[in-house]
Design a protein around this ligand. Structure first.
Ligand SMILES: C[S@@+](CC[C@H](N)C(=O)[O-])C[C@H]1O[C@@H](n2cnc3c(N)ncnc32)[C@H](O)[C@@H]1O
Length: 299
């Protein structure tokens, strides 16, 4: 299964991709930035990229090398704001997301995630009044907003205080309120919730390849993911609940993700509804750029 954001999303477009870069429009502004998966040639000439892009990310020394941060600088080509907002039409209720140029080439939203937001909204609505939804590795919180907009009591967890503050800005600009914010190591949090016997009706997780908790706790996807999922199994309600696992690093396939979930949750038959696939963007010229994989489970 391969999913793309809806073409009706007016505030986002992947314009072109190729030669290790992508050119995207977020609202009024176009950005050119590195994209290691764009292994083909660009469709538009270089002069057109220069004409369209308001800013272009130039990688610093060591960019893309193992163990180095993907840092660099944005070079302005046309006038633009440092921070601006885009809207996403979530089932007729717009959510608002603040964008900003970070030194790690990210802008605060991963647009390929839009089909996950739709899934989270739809499943949360089905769970009835005030289900409890936990978003781990939650970053600037688009998935938290989707669950909140659908009526959930949401717990949003990330280890970096600044991105949690950013997520709060997104909640406020989306005219939502009442999200519970947690700045903590994700593993430490789920272990404690399991010990206390706390349960959630929906759990979302989008873990990176490497990361760390606020007290230096180490997160390494290859080593920690299976244990994380097994602990998540203990705190996900055994019935009438959903899981969304998203993975964007280490080249994991959708099938690998699905086997991990089946083993961690003890699902060898069809008793839980499991779907897996890729999230992709498609540029104006029809070139598909796969960016992450997902596993979704209902039980
Ligand atoms: C790139 S994001 C996931 C993207 C997000 N789900 C979205 O679609 O907007 C990964 C997040 O994991 C957080 N993180 C890394 N290590 C962590 C840890 N040990 N505990 C909690 N969060 C962690 C990072 O701060 C980062 O915000």
């Amino acid at each position: 299964m391969i999913e793309y954001p809806d073409r009706q999303w007016q505030d986002y477009e992947l314009i072109d991709s190729g030669n290790g870069e992508k050119l995207e429009r977020f609202g009024a502004y176009c950005l050119a930035r590195p994209e290691p998966k764009a292994l083909w040639d660009k469709s538009l000439p270089e002069a057109e990229w220069q004409r369209l892009a308001h800013t272009r990310f130039t990688p610093g020394a060591g960019f893309g090398k193992a163990g180095k941060e993907d840092s660099g600088t944005w070079n302005r080509l046309h006038r633009m704001e440092d921070q601006w907002y885009i809207r996403y039409p979530l089932q007729g209720k717009d959510i608002s997301l603040r964008l900003g140029l970070t030194s790690f080439k990210h802008v605060g939203v991963f647009p390929e995630q839009a089909p996950n937001w739709e899934y989270i909204y739809a499943r949360t609505r089905e769970l009835g009044p005030h289900p409890r939804v936990l978003n781990l590795f939650a970053y600037t919180g688009a998935a938290s907003l989707a669950a909140k907009a659908a009526g959930a009591d949401v717990t949003h967890l990330d280890s970096v205080r600044q991105v949690v503050t950013w997520a709060r800005t997104n909640m406020e600009s989306s005219q939502l309120d009442g999200i519970r914010w947690v700045v903590e190591d994700a593993m430490k949090f789920v272990r404690r919730e399991a010990r206390r016997g706390n349960r959630y009706d929906g759990i979302i997780l989008d873990p990176p390849a490497y990361g760390h908790g606020p007290d230096g706790e180490k997160w390494k996807l290859d080593e920690c993911l299976f244990e994380m999922l097994r602990t998540v199994n203990e705190i996900l309600s055994p019935e009438n609940s959903f899981l969304v696992l998203n993975l964007y690093s280490n080249g994991y396939s959708a099938l690998l993700g699905e086997t991990l979930v089946r083993e961690a949750f003890g699902v060898q038959d069809d008793s839980a509804r499991i779907e897996s696939g890729e999230l992709s963007l498609r540029d104006r010229f029809g070139k598909a750029l796969p960016l992450s994989i997902f596993v979704r489970m209902r039980r």
